[in-house]
Design a protein around this ligand. Structure first.
Ligand code: ADP
Ligand code: MG
Length: 725
């Protein structure tokens, strides 16, 4: 039996796939199911005594500290609601640094001593849990013998019910910390950074005359890109199955097919999947908008409405879980890897963010009046300064072995972090930089007092898809995050660097005013300072060009191409000082994140390297040898028959087999090296030893794919995976 059986079986399975009718969700208005499985504000209001509800709302909506005495009442109400919805278990859900979502399930039922059982869920169990934490990455924060880790209820993110054919579970979003209170997760720093940013934003708002402003929060809306392929193909390819991307695969003939796909209708089963997924997301209170994406065949995008960044981050994690599950139900696999297919556009997760509160609304919305504009410009200046000062940290916040395949590959923003402001806003800052003088046709030259700043349009009209950090009218869009990652770490970074800049601006303004300057002049002065000092980060041109790399270097902007270049930013003294100043990370926590990022890098490249070796040896080489034998037999039979055989193909195949063997030998050698001196050495070796050796194996294998007879080729091809849905 040839090694191509798995591939042929997969193709047949795809051809005979029929979507069961029951997978088309019933026709109901989205509003009818929205939030059905969420312990929403209105459910709390209906089920909680008034004072308890009020106290909880103060925490949820106005960032006040949780009063632990309400926990018992909330827990009881939550349990009753959940059990009415068929839940038998509850789970503290947390976000460990694996980037995945973790849950520890416990039953509501406890033995009552007389042989029966009673449903128990106390405030204490709501507030705190103790999962065995030993197998989650901690970067040295916890010795293995101190396996303890604690989960703690995050009341600001709503509890929900996860449905499962085997029983429903009440899920409670939690933070995850070590015994000493150090963060082992993504949520803890997000909440801390949110608090730090809010404090500084409040100072700015007060300076602008808002007496008692409501707590400022950051909002995030993440656009999720993903691929769908038939699950039979997914299961037939050990590389996709184990590493999430194809480690082999010749590119399909370019051109027409791509365009055909783009303009073609969404395949019926994809549509069924989307409707089904959307409905599941709605039930969980995730405001999803689904639509077909435009980039690569088999690639799609889902952009939920923006929410408070903490909730958006939780929802984003849940969204990935739901998409994966629903795709499997529809016989497909949802791929979140940044680059599942070499040579085909990859996937990202654009994070749109803004700041605001209930009284002021969106603080990144240019207002209609000059006074609002001044406040907007101060917040905007804070973003500019932050991105300029801490571009390296932003880059580090999206660094991973998988995202390295995408950043800087002329399909995603370059690794150089710059800001796109659009023509209008750039012009305003240019004027400010020139000392506030402007030439306005009607008024002639005038000084930009705050009161005379131009009215800004909310829609800047122009867009720049090549910029990593773009102003888009009422928000900034950070386009570098990878499709696989949690949006928490970019949001932690954004909140923290904004805290720093808002702090700086507030202090400057306060001291200028204290020195007798009037407020408008003070604002003008700080805006001018910021744009003069940090304007180098503003770039509206094409980020994909070689010229930009040269210019960016001249401007002093770092180009941290790979994870190996980017991750060390985390432990630079400036970075550690910044994060500890705002109580987001201690130095130990920063070191642990650095270690974990590198461990993760080593682990994922290591898995890929071993897979490459195994697939090359056991799947590709045998197929190539079979074909080579066929060709050799053909040549010798011809010779025996007295015909001068043509050995061109045989020679080509033989040459490609030699390259494959050389590649395999090199990769094996690289894998044999022991570089365990330090995690940094190991990472360095993975990046500079494994990756090039894997590339060499792949190149030879991909040449063979174009030579070996199709009926012998063992791996599902790009053409099949991308077009057969
Ligand atoms: P585009 O493709 O034009 O960038 P999308 O509609 O795909 O826009 O996605 C825009 C994302 O930005 C959505 O998630 C949306 O909810 C979010 N968004 C819109 N306004 C804001 C805002 N003020 N703050 C944060 N996110 C926002
Ligand atoms: Mg976008």
């Amino acid at each position: 039996m040839s090694g191509s059986t798995a591939r042929l079986q997969a193709i047949n399975a795809v051809k005979s796939y029929e979507p069961p009718a029951k997978f088309f969700p019933p026709a109901e208005a989205p509003g009818e199911v929205f939030g059905e499985n969420v312990f929403t504000k209105s459910k709390m209001q209906a089920r909680l005594p008034k004072p308890v509800f009020k106290s909880l709302m103060a925490t949820i909506e106005h960032s006040k500290t949780l009063d632990p005495t309400v926990a018992d009442v909330v827990a009881a109400a939550m349990k009753d609601w959940a059990m009415e919805k068929g839940a038998t278990h509850y789970a503290h859900v947390f976000y460990p640094l694996t980037g995945l979502t973790a849950e520890k399930h416990d039953s509501f039922l406890e033995p009552s001593g007389d042989g029966s059982s009673i449903a128990e869920f106390s405030g204490k169990t709501l507030i705190q849990g103790e999962p065995d934490a030993s197998s989650f990455p901690n970067g040295g924060l916890r010795a293995t013998f101190e396996a303890r880790g604690y989960t703690g209820w995050d009341a600001t993110s709503p509890a929900y019910i996860l449905e499962n054919p085997n029983g429903n579970t009440l899920c409670i979003p939690t933070v995850f910390v070590s015994m000493t209170g150090e963060a082992l997760d993504h949520k803890t720093p997000l909440l801390r950074s949110q608090q730090a940013m809010a404090k500084q934003a409040e100072r700015i708002l007060k300076l602008f005359g808002h007496e008692n402003p409501d707590a400022v929060v950051s909002f995030a809306g993440a656009e999720q890109e993903y691929f769908l392929i038939d699950r039979s193909f997914f299961l037939s390819r050990p590389d996709l199955l184990n590493s999430g991307r194809t480690l082999f695969g010749a590119r399909p003939p370019k051109g027409q097919e791509f365009d055909d796909h783009y303009f073609g209708a969404i395949p019926e089963r994809v549509l069924a999947f989307m409707l089904d997924a959307e409905r599941e997301l709605f039930k969980l209170g995730i405001p999803a908008k689904t639509r077909h994406n435009e980039v690569a065949p088999g690639q799609f995008e889902l952009a939920p409405m923006f929410e408070k960044s903490n909730i958006a981050a939780d929802h984003q994690q849940l969204l990935m879980v739901v998409l994966k599950r629903v795709a499997q139900k529809h016989g497909m696999e949802c791929l979140f890897h940044e680059k599942p297919f070499e040579g085909i556009n990859g996937s990202g997760k654009h994070v749109n963010f803004s700041l605001g509160n209930s009284t002021e609304g969106n603080l990144l919305l240019p207002g209609d009046t000059p006074h609002d504009n001044a406040q907007f410009l101060v917040f905007c200046a804070a973003v500019i300064r932050s991105v300029h000062k801490f571009g390296g940290l932003l880059r580090a916040s999206v660094a991973s072995a998988t995202n390295d395949h995408r950043l800087g590959a002329n399909e995603a923003p370059p690794a150089i972090i710059s800001i796109f402001l659009g023509d209008q806003l750039t012009d305003v800052f240019d004027q400010i930089a020139k000392g506030g003088a402007t030439s306005s046709k009607e008024k002639g030259a005038l000084t930009i007092g705050v009161d005379t700043l131009p009215v800004l349009p909310t829609d800047p009209g122009d867009r720049n898809r090549t910029s990593p950090f773009a102003f888009t009218g009422n928000r900034f869009e950070f386009r570098a995050p990878g499709s696989l990652q949690s949006i928490a770490s970019p949001m932690v970074t954004i909140n923290t660097i904004l805290a720093d800049s808002l702090d700086y601006l507030a202090t400057e303004l306060e001291s200028l005013v204290a020195d007798g300057s009037d407020f408008n002049t003070a604002v003008e002065k700080v805006l001018e300072d910021v744009i003069t000092t940090h304007g180098a980060v503003v770039y509206n041109g094409d980020g994909y060009t070689e010229e930009w790399k040269i210019e960016a270097e001249a401007r002093g902007l770092p180009n941290l191409r790979t994870t190996l270049d980017a991750v060390p930013e985390l432990i630079k003294p400036d970075a550690m000082e910044l994060f500890s100043r705002y109580g987001v990370f201690t130095e130990r926590e920063m070191h642990s994140r650095y270690d974990i990022a590198l461990e993760h890098y080593v682990l994922s490249i290591g898995v890929e390297a071993r897979l490459t070796l195994e697939i090359a040896n056991t799947v590709i080489l045998p197929a190539a040898l079979r074909y080579q034998t066929e060709l050799a037999t053909n040549v010798s039979s011809l010779k025996a028959a007295g015909i001068e055989g043509d050995t061109t193909t045989l020679d080509e195949v033989t040459a490609a087999i030699s390259s494959l063997r050389a590649g395999i030998a090199e990769l094996r050698e690289q894998l044999g090296h022991d570089h365990s001196e330090s995690i940094h050495d190991e990472a360095e070796h993975a990046g500079t030893g494994f990756l090039p050796a894997m590339d060499a194996v792949r190149s030879a294998a991909d040449v063979l794919e174009t030579l070996v007879a199709d009926d012998l080729w063992p791996l599902a091809t790009y053409q099949e995976m991308l077009y057969m849905l």
